[in-house]
Write a protein that binds this ligand. Structure first.
Ligand SMILES: Cc1ncc(COP(=O)(O)O)c(C=O)c1O
Length: 445
């Protein structure tokens, strides 16, 4: 038996295991049975894994009301219901995420609405539904929201998204708090102070705090601490110059997760303690009241809870023309960049295992590619996989619960896969697989 048959526990869902016959189960449900019933590709969520991560996060930060699940990572009505049952709050990053959350009867007062380009419909829905916070991204939105809230005769609680100018140690495309990017209002130029002042002047907004988000896949907790220190400087300025103590501080999401066996999970308890301590200490040094800390994790709650199962099609050995690697095996699967754009977009890596049986093959240089008409449609670029993988086998990629289904496309007529959840031997379908009829139904004759 090779290591390839072992599932790295910190990367795979907490209730995944390999049975004695070599079949991998998630919450006691065999993946090959699910692949048969729901077809492949297939996203399989371990419901108790997700719930336990919510509980861990809530405990680390001192209660579920400190934690907003960033639903952009994955949203469906069932996940929204789980978040609600676990007592967490929820972030929507766009109008339709808000609509899905409301359709799942998530209490509006526990929703925070984000977005750098919220249109009238989005802002109006926030106000009419009574969402707990709108995070104002820019001065134009501030005026518009005040007008809409005024027309509705309500005072809308808001936070202001600021750019703390902290460079999170992450991939360039997803670092979001440096100055030259689209989100938020600058601290450094004084624009954030001016926006806070304006919020406090107008009649129909209630400024409850400031928000920032330093990036995604952040492993160095220093970034969060530094951001907290910088943003709290503005709390002090608002306290001193405007005589107002802001009640809340939202430090966003971005906690890193391991995708590969050699990566370590972030110690959430330690990071939470560091963040809470940094906020308390800084507030004390600045002689202001410590605000209530909010965080918005997405990936770290949901990504590790799911795997994607694919069926192997063509297997071919390709002569590379390279002296150091004369032959590479190309394993084609029935999904690809349409259900997982992250490798093509960010060069992301994943842990892949055979899930329908044991393997005792020799490890050979291999690439896993999708079916799309694009040579960059590669899900695993520099892999080593057993040489006994055959057409019809099932491969599963771990930690695929976040930013995959949500970023999926219909490229080459791909239909979006089904999404199911497993829990102690039971399976709940969450989203059905699209069909060609779904695609054709968009055609206007
Ligand atoms: C404002 C905001 N909050 C929370 C998140 C969630 O980040 P993550 O899924 O990395 O925790 C994001 C992601 O980009 C974000 O932009």
């Amino acid at each position: 038996m090779t290591d390839f048959n072992e599932l790295p526990a910190h990367v795979w869902p907490r209730n995944a295991s390999r049975q004695e016959d070599g079949v991998v189960t998630v919450a006691e449900v065999p993946l090959p049975d699910l692949a048969e019933e729901f077809q492949t590709p297939l996203y399989v969520f371990d419901e108790d894994d997700f719930r336990s991560r919510c509980q861990d996060m809530a405990r680390a930060f001192g209660g579920p009301d400190h934690v907003h699940y960033a639903s952009k990572a994955f949203i469906s009505k069932k996940v929204v219901q789980w978040v609600n049952e676990e007592g967490l709050c929820l972030d929507a990053a766009a109008l339709n995420e808000l609509k899905i959350a409301l359709a799942a009867e998530f209490p509006a007062a526990r929703i925070t609405a984000h977005g750098n380009n919220k249109d009238e419909e989005y802002l109006r829905l926030c106000v009419d539904a009574g969402v707990g916070h709108v995070v104002i991204d820019n001065e134009q939105e501030l005026e518009e929201l005040n007008r809409i809230a005024g027309e509705a005769g309500v005072v809308q609680p808001v936070m202001i998204r600021v750019k703390p100018g902290v460079d999170a140690h992450t991939h360039e495309f997803i670092a979001t708090s440096h100055e030259d990017q689209k989100f938020g209002i600058s601290l450094a130029t004084g624009a954030a102070f001016a926006a806070a002042k304006r919020c406090l002047e107008v009649n129909n907004l209630h400024l409850s705090g400031l928000h920032c988000h330093v990036g995604s896949q952040v492993f160095n907790a220093e970034g969060f601490k530094l951001a907290a220190e910088r943003v709290l400087e503005l709390y002090r300025q608002i306290h001193t110059e405007l005589g107002v103590d802001l009640a809340e501080l939202d430090l966003g999401g971005g906690f890193g997760i391991p995708y590969m066996p050699y990566e370590e999970a972030l110690n959430i308890d330690r990071v939470a303690q560091d963040m809470l301590r940094a906020v308390d200490q800084t507030a004390e040094e600045l002689d202001i009241k410590a605000p209530f800390l909010l965080v918005e994790p997405g990936r770290s709650l949901v990504a590790g809870s799911a795997v994607t199962v694919y069926r192997v099609g063509t297997v071919k050995d390709v002569e590379t023309g390279k002296a150091d690697l004369p032959v590479r095996r190309y394993i084609s699967i029935d999904g690809g960049m349409s259900d997982n754009i992250r490798p093509a977009l960010y060069g992301s890596e994943y842990d892949v295992r055979l899930v329908n049986r044991f393997s005792d093959g020799e490890m050979v240089p291999s690439r896993i590619v999708g079916f799309h008409c694009e040579s960059g449609d590669i899900l695993l670029e520099e892999g080593e996989l057993p040489d006994d993988i055959q057409p019809g086998d099932l491969l599963a990629f771990a930690a695929t619960g976040g930013y995959q289904y949500m970023m999926s496309s219909r490229y080459n007529g791909a239909v979006r896969p089904a999404v199911v959840a497993t829990r102690v031997g039971n399976t709940k379908p969450m989203l059905r697989r699209e069909t060609i009829e779904d695609l054709l139904s968009l055609e206007v004759d």
